[in-house]
Unconditional design. Sequence first.
Length: 485
Amino acid sequence: MARWHSLWLTPVLAPEIEQELNIERLMSVARQQPIAATAHAGVSLALAAAVEAPVGPWGLLALGGFQIMAALQLKVWLQHRRKPRPLQVSDATIGRIILWTAVLGLMWGVFTAHLLTVSSHRDCALLGVVIVGMAASGSTMLTAIPAAGMIFVAFVIAPIVTVSIVMGLHADIMGTRSDIVFGMFLAATGVFIAIAGCYNYLGFLNILRLRLRMAQLAEEAGAAIQAKTRFLANMGHELRTPLNAIIGFGEMISGEMKGTIGNRDYVEFADAIVHSAQNLTSVIDDIFDLSRIHSSSDKPSDSDVAVATLIDHALVTMRPQFMKANIGLETNIEPNLPVVRVNANRIHQVLIGLLSNAIKFSGLNGKVSLEACFVRDDYNVGPSQIMFRVTDHGPGIPPAELREILRPFVWTREAEHNQVPGTGLKLPLADQIIRAHGGTLHIASIEGQGTVVTVTLPPERIVGYQSPGVVGSRGITAAGAAHQE
């Protein structure tokens, strides 16, 4: 691919990077077209009005040309400004941009050279300052295409230098010393502008490289996440299969399904095997679920389910754990809670995880409370949300650790000190599930007093209402008896 428009500045790049570079060049120039058009039209008129001598027919012709060119620039910009970013840009397109800038540069050079021939020394100084500014601003706007910037500067400066030195303005054919100095000043300015444009372009190129590298790294990270998800899915299956066998045979031995066991210690051993295998299965499930949610590969189907049903199923599931830990559960469930469209298994998983965490940190003979009700925002306006709140009276979480608690595999200092079992995945998993449902999960804790976890589901999840009185306030006592309050 020919890259003559980049001169010697662009190293050999991969075709896709070269194409991305061309697109960025085009977009960079296109974004500045309104400014350029306004400058060409406005500065040329102001310059013609500022000089004392009349501009003459050639000057008027040039002024008309600037207005026409500015109008064309604005027209092209208006036609393309709402179009999507192009997928590719050919070298021919970049070449046409360079040709356009060459024509504009030559027009400015000839127009200014013409004004120099009819202007006083004071006006010549004014023209020099203005034209240097135009060359500098034009070169800056064309930083993305160094060849265009250099050609613009050269075509602006060359006619002026020629008139200053060769024509001599107000002196001999070779010009006066001041004219020569003026011409050298313009030439040196053009060189400095070109050099500055080169350095700006190199910076532009480095930024583009970094952006492409970041995009490549993001793509590689996405591929790695997908690979990890597939690996965990396979490993989850491979690990669950033997664990299911261990649990199944352990339960058969513990239940003495094939006959009594002479030594009762073996029954306890079988119970320990089943319990450990179940804990390991729970850990594997949590890791697998969190990985699937993080990778967006989890696409569960929603169904309509009553909030009261979700709560009842969670209480039934958790009752043995409350009884085993000798922990009391108090519930305050608002009557007439609605039917919601959610993934029932996932919301069940959230409630189980929050209650399980509360049990772990409540200690023996502790107390946990579960609340479910309608809530509105702080100003009591807007549609109602569904709120679940689980409160424990454990050691609480220090403020410094509270900010990190929703990160996977993070344990509190209290959990590490007391060797509380678990992987640190229940809260992060619950947070991800609730976020996927458009809700929020908030944790408030006072060290030494306990922790409150509040979950809300948005109004959009409400699809209807059930018959009143399905569920009310109920509790599970420390002795394990359920009673209706």
